[in-house]
Design a protein around this ligand. Sequence first.
Ligand code: AMP
Length: 369
Amino acid sequence: MMLTEAAKKMPSDISKVIVLDPTKNCPAAQVGAEQIIADFKDKDAIIELATKADIITYEIESGDSDVLKSVQDKAEIEPSPDTLRIIQDKYLQKSFLTENNIGVAEFVKIESLEDLKEKISNFGFPCLLKARRDAYDGRGNYKIDSEQEIEKAFEYFKGQNIMLEKFVDFKMEVSVIAARNTKGQITAFPLVENIHEENILKITIAPGRVSKEISENADKVAKKTMEVLKGAGVFGIEMFVTKDDKVLINEIAPRVHNSGHHTLSSSETSQFEQHLRAILGLELGSTKLIHPTVMYNILGPKGFVGEYKPVSLQEKNAHLKMYGKRESKPKRKLGHFNVVDVDDHESPDALLERVDEISKSIQIEPLAQ
Ligand code: AMP
């Protein structure tokens, strides 16, 4: 939706968007994209899209990289399917980063229960068993606190490829939204601080409350990552700041990222415009953060599935963005709002207080029948 909105502001010869999405009248279609209604992995639909489009990009990383590779003669795919293939598999992703001397938590591939029992002794407790694929928002992690939990954790991932990772006792979770265009130009937005609840992003604070050194270090790590990964586009690079102020990459998303939604209100260029500029080979926009901003995710409440009442927000210097998803489901990302410090005089705590108040006034409630 937000990529389509950004495209619609561009010159008419590059503003046409066709979206492939399984939900009829999906958010992007609601704002003017032509839609192919099909599953994200439907090969025929992807071929149809490649035939109709000049450039294909994606904002979900679970697509089939082989299918995308097979249509490369029909349309340019950005970021490249090879990059997608590496990123989709956490083990390949972390091996790739390690090969390029980019810091990640210690990790190892696990082949069997015996293998896990043996390797876990080098890691100590707690540690994390992770599914290698299709596991965003923490859905594929199992924290093992003691020897007694090893078998249960292994059973939890039955039939899936897994890896073991050292637990990082981090001080803060942060991210950098970086971009590279098809000509090799690289930019990064300033580091932001992310607060998760039950493994889902809840709040992003821009700029993050870290020292200049940490911020510069994260910027370097992000730009180095962009240099080694192929393909153009925006990448969300999630990192841990350790207790001794080191920066380790936790995960890379080869797409516009939830922790970059603040750019819609805070920055000269939004991450969505930046992504389009990157894949179209245009000069990348300024990543300057003009207004400190806090983003709050509006999630579907627990215990309710169904249509919900429209939500509105009248507060000054606060921008609500709902995604037009018809149904709420527990923890579903339905929208977000950005609270903006326009005059640059509110402290992060004051911004967070405003966020807290607004979040209480926004309730997702069932639509009366
Ligand atoms: P993931 O889906 O792997 O990005 O993980 C989701 C969340 O789990 C992260 O945002 C962290 O809060 C936590 N997490 C993931 N890996 C580790 C780790 N090695 N050590 C500590 N916490 C982790």
